[in-house]
Design a protein around this ligand. Structure first.
Ligand SMILES: [Ca+2]
Length: 291
């Protein structure tokens, strides 16, 4: 880490998140552990959860303080992670301001992982049992539905995943429904198109509240609690976005949206960088500011 005199983002400072608790500039060999063993002292780990193959140095090249990330297989945008399942070491986040400077070109064909900087609960990535699990997508680039790969758009989303708690015949925990995602850009009035230049993507996460930022400007926010439906807002923070009040899975009808995302209050999020060789991305740095 070589982060002296890094300016605190205005939104982070306003929330009291003035301590830099994670910082990676992709300049030194301690940026990524390729050993597959999960050795302490690295920022990112190439050994991945969910029995995915360990990433190789060819897929994660570093030049001139930039990560050129083009993983061959990156289902669900799971690439480099800040916590190693094998070594049980690394970084997790609960509350703070997480940001990354990222550049991506348009997709060059089929892809199975979009350029993304996001967080998933440690208990899921470690293969532990859970019933509800929170996911914080700080940024995912997407292509508008029904259009060719000629535009990339910005999305920032909260997901809550549900499980029954039972194991299937293979011993894996049964997931009955995942992602009651509410606030993807499809629910905003206008898409936010992203060009091929560098941009800074961030999320501010406080108890009951998440706000998403693009180049320091708030894009949208969400408020949630344990007893009501989550509410999402336009960037003015006063105009509510429409709620989605149905679930697509009948087994969860009784829990429909109630208290969705309050699970985040006990979430330790492992941060993830993901993309695909047909939709690679470059990452200049990743930082997290906390109290
Ligand atoms: Ca850098």
């Amino acid at each position: 880490m070589s982060f002296k005199n890094v300016p605190i983002p205005a939104a982070a400072e306003a929330a009291g998140f003035t301590k830099l608790t994670f910082a990676e500039d992709f300049e030194t060999e301690t940026a990524i552990d390729f050993s597959g063993e999960g050795k302490p002292g690295y920022s990112f780990y190439a050994d991945r959860p969910y029995a995915m193959p360990t990433l190789t140095p060819e897929e994660c090249q570093m030049r001139d303080s930039v990560l050129y990330f083009c993983p061959e297989k990156c289902g669900s945008a799971i690439g480099l992670v800040t916590y190693s399942k094998k070594g049980r070491t690394g970084y997790t986040m609960r509350y703070g301001y997480a940001e990354a400077r990222i550049r991506a070109d348009l997709p060059k064909g089929d892809y199975n992982g979009v350029p993304a900087f996001w967080g998933m609960e440690k208990k899921d990535m470690m293969g532990e049992p859970w019933e509800r699990c929170g996911e914080l997508d700080i940024v995912e680039l997407n292509v508008p539905k029904g259009r060719p790969n000629d535009q990339q758009i910005y999305t920032g989303t909260l997901h809550e995943h549900f499980r029954t708690g039972k194991r299937n015949e293979k011993g894996r925990y049964e997931t009955v429904y995942a992602s009651n995602w509410v606030n993807n850009c499809g629910y905003l009035d206008q898409w936010t198109f992203i060009d091929d230049q560098w941009h800074t993507y961030a999320a501010l996460w406080e108890p009951g509240y998440v706000a998403w930022f693009l180049d320091g400007k708030m894009m949208h926010s969400a408020r949630y609690n344990a007893t009501d439906l989550p509410q999402y807002y336009h960037r003015d923070e006063t105009t509510p976005l429409p709620r989605i009040e149905e679930t697509t899975h009948p087994q969860l009808a009784h829990t429909t949206w109630k208290g969705a995302h309050h699970v985040m209050e006990t979430a330790d999020e492992i941060l993830v960088l993901g993309c695909n060789k047909n939709w690679p991305m470059e990452v200049d740095w990743v930082r997290v500011w906390q109290k």
